[in-house]
Design a protein around this ligand. Structure first.
Ligand SMILES: Nc1ncnc2c1ncn2[C@@H]1O[C@H](COP(=O)(O)OP(=O)(O)OP(=O)(O)O)[C@@H](O)[C@H]1O
Ligand SMILES: O=C(O)c1ccc[n+]([C@@H]2O[C@H](COP(=O)([O-])O)[C@@H](O)[C@H]2O)c1
Length: 229
């Protein structure tokens, strides 16, 4: 369907000033040591909140790229009301509009629906890449309902971004308590990608109010919604 994902991660646009080992090219065209944030989502539709947290992730976690993994279908969300994958990807590309934010249909091509499976497949496919799972505080609240959720935390480092009104609930929730000893101080966020999992950080970052639910509700109400900003 004309959609290509990050089969071969591109070299980083910049990698100065972090004091860490920079990625280096391998003979097969891949790169060793690329640090890539994975933002899984329905993107139904993509909005400025996704872009905001991705830019924050690039900067605060010292990442080379962020991949938006546009989910074919969130296993916990109803089919009803889910936009077509192609439409969600097209919109995501328009919203992302950044050379280091890569919109991908790789879950469709891998045939994975559950995050734990996606991460396992990505690690197999890109053994030299350092992945970090990115999510908003709302997803830290509900992650204990995901398949084999503790394995997600033991597979890759995780970065959680504040989101109103979920942050307090998330920090007192099951996942936060379960991995309390592995929570890393936000000052160590630039090194998160290099830490062995489980390791996770809650980033103090400016909030962004955008929500796909609100956009869908505005669309349904036929209002002149300001959808992305
Ligand atoms: N404004 C935001 N602030 C912080 N995180 C966000 C924001 N919007 C989305 N996210 C995070 O981005 C990821 C993908 O989100 P998703 O595509 O489900 O958007 P959403 O706005 O949460 O959608 P919906 O309202 O349909 O649940 C999730 O981890 C979510 O927590
Ligand atoms: O693996 C699971 O059981 C699971 C359950 C719910 C959601 N997820 C993933 O969580 C990510 C965020 O989903 P969403 O719909 O909240 O944007 C997306 O990558 C989903 O595939 C994963």
């Amino acid at each position: 369907m004309g959609i290509r994902g990050p089969d071969r991660p591109a070299p980083p646009a910049t990698h100065g000033g972090t004091g860490r080992t920079p990625p280096r090219p391998l003979a097969n065209g891949l790169w060793r040591g690329l640090r890539i944030g994975l933002l899984g989502g329905s993107f139904n539709p993509a909005h400025e909140g996704h872009r905001h947290m991705s830019l924050m992730a690039l900067k605060r976690l010292g990442l080379d790229q962020v991949w938006w993994l546009v989910s074919p279908q969130n296993p916990l969300k109803p089919l009803d009301g889910m936009g077509k994958l192609q439409d969600r990807i097209t919109r995501a590309r328009a919203v992302a509009a950044h050379p280091r934010i890569i919109v991908s249909d790789i879950e469709t091509r891998l045939g994975t629906r559950f995050t734990v499976d996606t991460l396992a497949a990505l690690k197999t496919r890109f053994p030299a890449t350092r992945f970090v799972w990115l999510m908003g505080a709302d997803n830290l609240v509900q992650v204990p309902r995901w398949r084999s959720w503790t394995r997600i935390f033991t597979t890759v480092p995780v970065a959680v971004f504040p989101r109103h009104p979920y942050s307090t609930q998330a920090l007192g929730g099951k996942a936060s308590r379960r991995f309390a000893a592995m929570r890393v101080d936000a000052r160590r966020a630039p090194g998160l990608a290099d830490l062995p999992p489980p390791a996770w950080v809650f980033l103090e970052a400016p909030l962004h109010p955008a929500s796909a639910t609100a956009i869908r509700q505005q669309r349904a109400a036929g209002t002149q919604a300001v959808e992305t900003r």
